[in-house]
Design a protein around this ligand. Structure first.
Ligand code: OGA
Ligand code: MN
Length: 304
């Protein structure tokens, strides 16, 4: 058990205990009831998230109101653009669930299942936006009896694994992130998007290697990453996918097996994540989800 964490200023004591989940990233936070209304812990939680990249809080029992309040410790919360997916009272909560409105489970090819299965490719949330979201929080309400784990890859470790020459080359590149592309590559058939919908999510280019304000660097890729800006689409897309495969196979992946009552938050700036398969037509899997709005621009490594 560690009762400290590393911050920019060195070791700081914290009222929380952190127990590593994996050698590369992630910590379980013990001695905390996320239902407590304690705004004092927000600063510690934000530093801890930055440092550990994934934080887990086990055995929690929160009302929807308490869940939203806890998530606000990490920053402002996004409100979904789609009114039909919002919680009726707390518009910050998204019901991430394979249970259909009538209580039945969908066939694997039903749009609701196809949408959820889309998260089974490595990605970082909303990287198709100019300012992608900072973090995502899931609260496990119902978990399948087997499978349906979520994997997290440490993309700072991925960066640090690159040799000097490759790093210098990749630092020069920008990658086009495209919602239209990731949707078209979904592992199942989704309705085509209208011109109006497409216009709301224009492609953006982000640096392939991003620099954080604390000096760390990470590789910024994932399922919305379509191709390298200014390069032929097919060849540069193949290069991106190969790089992503290589950089998520270097011992930098934590696989989380969910228990009912888990609250888990990940830092979208420095990790990729993906759902692992489960019998989506057989077992309910229900998560409450909140999204912490982005505030850091995606900045490239400065020359020099
Ligand atoms: C998400 C996501 C994965 C999961 O909510 O952004 O990718 O395991 N979820 O449900
Ligand atoms: Mn996601």
């Amino acid at each position: 058990m560690l009762d400290f964490m590393v911050s920019e200023t060195g070791f700081e004591r914290s009222i929380m205990d952190f127990s590593p989940l994996h050698a590369s990233l992630g910590a379980s936070v013990t001695d905390i009831d996320c239902a407590d209304d304690d705004a004092q812990i927000a600063g510690d939680l934000q530093v801890a998230l930055r440092h550990w990249q994934v934080l887990l809080f086990r055995d929690q029992d929160l009302s929807d109101e308490e869940f939203v309040r806890f998530c606000r410790n990490f920053g402002d919360l996004e409100i979904l653009p789609e009114p039909d997916k919002r919680h009726p009272v707390y518009p910050e909560i998204f019901n991430l669930s394979n249970v259909k409105p009538d209580g039945s489970l969908p066939h694997r090819d039903h749009p609701q299942a196809v949408f959820l299965r889309g998260t089974s490719r490595w990605h970082t949330d909303s990287s198709f936006r100019d300012t992608p979201c900072l973090a995502t929080v899931l609260y496990a309400v119902t978990v399948p009896p087997e499978d349906g784990d979520t994997e997290f890859a440490n993309m700072i470790a991925a960066h640090d694994s690159l040799d000097e020459n490759e790093r210098r080359e990749l630092e020069q590149l920008r990658v086009v992130h495209s919602y239209a592309y990731s949707r078209s590559a979904n592992p199942g058939k989704l309705e085509p998007m209208s011109a109006e919908e497409l216009a709301r999510v224009p492609d953006v280019a982000h640096p392939l290697i991003r620099q954080h304000d604390d000096g760390r660097r990470s590789v910024f890729l994932g399922g919305h990453a379509s191709h390298i800006d200014g390069e032929p689409v097919a060849a540069s897309r193949a290069r991106i996918r190969a790089l992503e495969n290589r950089l998520t196979a270097i011992g930098n992946v934590y696989r989380h097996h969910w228990r009912q009552g888990d609250i888990l938050i990940w830092d979208n700036r420095t990790t990729l994540h993906r759902l692992t398969d489960y019998a989506i037509d057989r077992y309910p899997r229900v998560m409450r989800r909140c999204t912490v709005a982005g505030c850091d621009p995606v900045v490239p490594v400065l020359a020099g």
